[in-house]
Design a protein around this ligand. Structure first.
Ligand code: SF4
Ligand code: SF4
Length: 310
């Protein structure tokens, strides 16, 4: 699956700041709060390798490790000196089409604001017939209140003429926050409860995202929304007939996307590995790889209803 956006979106931004501008006595709360360990600051050393002992003392180097930053924004409000900015970007439809044409991509996730469909239409039209190479199109959007269903219907009517595969609505209950505590999942479950009950929503599976964590399945069960429905490999080979055979209220919850929470539980293993072995690929440390897989399976197992080996 590849992810694209049709306009500015929290998932498509990176934090940035110039560490040379940071006051020398800053206690670096940005570094502490970052859940992805994407901020690394060190005191600058002289060319001889010693810490400066003049007015350069304490000057910082390093900053945001762009490839690790996932745009959660938590570093921004904690900076007492307002030094952190965000750089947003929009994926180019032509570059995405080129990727789809190579037939190595099964699924496309489109992040949209849910507030208008102008940019969504423009992206969808820009992708042209390359959409036909896909097995799944997921549209990710936040709860925008009363207009949510009408916007979903508007987006579906834009997609429908060229949609020949499964489609899924990814409900971004509370963006990138599942790792902050048990209660974060309430908004994603509440969003799912509302949409599952809406008979006027368009065709497509519902998937929870944003605020999802280890308590999400329990939250869904409490509302009678957790059930499984098998989709056979034969159905996958012929997505069109499967789409045609599903009623709009079948299999109300098609999946759960664990973003920030998965990053947190697997991140603990990665940090332990890095403390022992330094910066290395997890595939080179089988013990840590299997520990990370066990953490991931503990999440997926509750959704797929299988026991996780201890
Ligand atoms: S935006 Fe989030 S992930 Fe990126 S540097 Fe700031 S706290 Fe870290
Ligand atoms: S909190 Fe702000 S001033 Fe302090 S180190 Fe981080 S970016 Fe620099």
């Amino acid at each position: 699956m590849i992810s694209v956006n049709d306009d500015e979106d929290l998932h498509f931004r990176k934090a940035e700041f110039d560490p040379a501008d940071c006051p020398q006595d800053c206690s670096r709360p940005c570094e502490i709060v970052c859940p992805a360990n994407a901020i690394s600051l060190e005191e600058e050393k002289s060319s001889a390798g010693h810490l400066w002992n003049n007015n350069e003392e304490g000057k910082k180097q390093g900053g945001v490790l762009t490839e690790r930053c996932y745009g959660c924004g938590r570093c921004i409000p904690v900076c007492p000196y307002d030094k952190i900015r965000v750089h947003t970007y929009v994926r180019d439809a032509a570059a995405t089409s080129e990727l789809l044409r190579r037939e190595e991509i099964d699924a496309l996730e489109i992040h949209t604001s849910g507030r208008q469909t102008l940019h969504f239409r423009s992206l969808w039209e820009g992708l042209g017939d390359t959409i036909h190479h896909l097995r799944l199109v997921a549209v990710s959007f936040p709860d925008v209140g009363d207009s949510t269903i009408s916007t979903m219907n508007a987006m579906y009517s834009i997609m429908e003429p060229r949609l020949r595969c499964f489609n899924l609505w990814q409900l971004d209950g509370r963006p990138m926050s599942g790792d902050i505590g048990r209660g974060a999942t309430r908004e994603s479950v509440a969003f799912a409860v509302r949409l599952a009950a809406a008979s006027d929503r368009p065709r497509g599976f519902l998937q929870l995202a944003g605020g999802t964590n280890a308590h999400t399945v329990a939250g869904l069960k409490k509302h009678g929304l957790f059930q499984t429905k098998s989709v056979s490999e034969e159905n996958f080979k012929d997505g069109q007939s499967m789409v045609g055979s599903l009623g709009p209220l079948d299999a109300p919850i098609g999946g759960i996307a664990y973003g920030g929470y998965a990053r947190k539980v697997v991140g603990r293993i990665l940090s332990a590995m890095q403390s022992q072995h330094g910066l290395t690929c997890i595939e080179e440390s089988p013990d840590y790889l299997f520990k990370a897989l066990a953490e991931a399976l503990a999440l997926v197992g509750t959704v797929k209803c299988y026991d996780v080996p201890s």
